[in-house]
Design a protein around this ligand. Structure first.
Ligand SMILES: Cc1cc2nc3c(=O)[nH]c(=O)nc-3n(C[C@H](O)[C@H](O)[C@H](O)COP(=O)(O)OP(=O)(O)OC[C@H]3O[C@@H](n4cnc5c(N)ncnc54)[C@H](O)[C@@H]3O)c2cc1C
Length: 429
């Protein structure tokens, strides 16, 4: 899939003032992190704050993966439902996992404030339903989260009120979360990167890890190789997300990378933009193959949706997203799309995050799916805990069972395309 970097709105409006050199020669650190997305960067920050000597290796540039491409929606919960977690790890641990996310939402705001990260953080997130079945699910979710998770920032929005908030005839109800919100994901990523570097972490860009020698006993060092150098470190964290590819086949077998797309309109002017989403929340619909949208700080509509399960870019995303946008907001038919890009989401079969160990002192965190803006932030803190000797929270995640994608290397993608056709049909019912 062409990721169309020159068409990425975030990259275009965020000049890099500081870049990081590539790794050269052999170096020694306490911890080596693979991946310069939010998970790796948050871990680097939290580990450096504990006084550890940290190196982070990024194949291209910070935020090259989902962290610099995302819709920027900060959403409660996980990509799987809480019910999936309740079934797999039990009610008590499902509650602890939920609490991690709520802590992540607070931590994100704290980090933005403490490190003065200018990333347009805006409170308010809303999930919207498109049919009666969705309305009932939203009411049930509100009730479940209030009763079993003490989550009280949600409010059910009836259709009439919803029309005053989102100027579209499409939606039948909404669940507004005053604790959720949206932000500029690339500026958040770079801002956190700056904080990690100031805390003492060494970040390397253009440093693609081509080989990992994972130590097999606790007293030995891991050895991490790039084309021009290598790092020896007692602790290892792999946080390569959807772009890790074949580096670790066992991890790849539990993950599928799904292409997803975003388009951004021309500036609409404050009044016109505000007339579309009057409360300026981020909005995501309830379909399996969902539309999600929000306003940007410079009054454009940022609209995401459509996915490619076949792993190749089968369509002209700007044109298709423009059509989707016009379905939601027919009043925008004339608006020009100025940016359109794609990226990959790393998703597991049960949609729950996939954290675990590759060996003693060697950890991985992947499968954050479409909830990584918040989850990555807290995942970094949890990585610093387990590397610092406290495995309690990490091990709850590590207990979530994950199956391989059916079909092996060759047939899992066609199998998934068929499964997603089924979900598409469900959306239409
Ligand atoms: C189009 C799009 C829209 C999204 N919208 C939302 C949203 O609105 N809300 C939300 O919560 N989430 C959203 N997501 C998901 C979210 O962006 C991710 O969950 C999150 O960014 C994952 O962060 P990460 O650090 O784990 O991975 P990434 O950000 O993907 O970072 C991984 C990094 O590792 C590097 N890497 C991989 N392999 C190697 C290697 N061998 N050597 C060195 N480096 C390597 C990559 O280059 C990459 O920079 C979206 C994703 C996409 C693509």
């Amino acid at each position: 899939m062409g990721q169309a970097d020159e068409q990425n709105f975030y990259y275009a409006n965020t000049p890099r003032t500081h870049t990081h050199a590539a790794l050269a020669g052999e170096q020694r650190f306490d911890v080596c992190i693979v991946g310069g997305g939010l998970t790796g960067i948050s871990a680097a920050l939290h580990l450096a704050e504990r006084g550890m000597r940290v190196a982070l290796l990024e194949a291209k540039h910070l935020g090259y993966g989902g962290s610099g491409r995302s819709g920027g929606q900060t959403i409660f919960g996980y990509a799987c439902e809480q019910a999936t977690l309740e079934k797999t790890v039990g009610q008590a641990d499902a509650r602890r996992l939920w609490d991690c996310i709520v802590e992540g939402m607070n931590l994100q705001r704290e980090l933005i404030a403490r490190h003065a990260i200018e990333c347009d953080y805006t409170p308010g997130h809303m999930i919207v339903g498109l049919k009666r079945r969705h309305d009932a699910s939203l009411r049930a979710e509100l009730d479940h989260l209030r009763r079993h998770y003490d989550y009280h920032s949600l409010r059910f929005v009836e259709r009439d009120e919803l029309r005053t908030l989102v100027a579209s005839e499409r939606y039948t109800s909404g669940l507004h979360d005053s604790n959720g919100g949206h932000l500029h994901p690339y500026r958040y990523t770079l801002g956190l990167g700056g904080a990690a570097a100031r805390a003492g972490a060494t970040l390397f860009e253009n440093s693609w890890v081509t080989r990992l020698d994972v130590a097999q006993h606790a007293g030995a060092d891991h050895h991490v190789h790039t084309a021009q150098g290598s790092i020896r470190a007692r602790h290892l964290l792999v946080a390569g997300g959807a772009l890790l590819g074949r580096l670790i086949p066992e991890l790849q077998s539990k993950l599928i990378d799904i292409g997803t797309y975003i388009a951004v309109t021309q500036p609409l002017g404050e009044e016109r933009a505000r007339s579309l989403i009057t409360h300026n929340a981020a909005v995501a619909d309830m379909n399996w193959i969902l539309d999600y949208f929000r306003l940007t700080a410079d009054h454009r509509l940022l609209f995401g949706g459509r996915v490619s399960y076949s792993g190749i870019d089968p369509f002209d995303s700007a044109r298709i997203l423009r059509q989707r946008m016009a379905t939601v907001f027919p009043q925008l038919t004339e608006a020009r799309v100025e940016y359109a890009w794609g990226g990959f989401i790393d998703i597991t079969l049960n949609r729950a995050p996939h954290f675990g160990r590759l060996g003693p002192n060697a950890y991985y965190m992947q499968g954050l799916a479409g909830h990584g803006m918040v989850l990555s932030t807290i995942a970094g803190r949890i990585a610093s805990e387990v590397i610092g000797g406290d495995a309690e929270r990490f091990d709850i995640y590590a207990r979530i069972p994950h199956a391989r994608f059916p079909g092996g290397t060759h047939f899992r993608r066609p199998a998934l395309v068929l499964a997603m056709l089924w979900f598409r049909i469900l959306d239409l019912l």
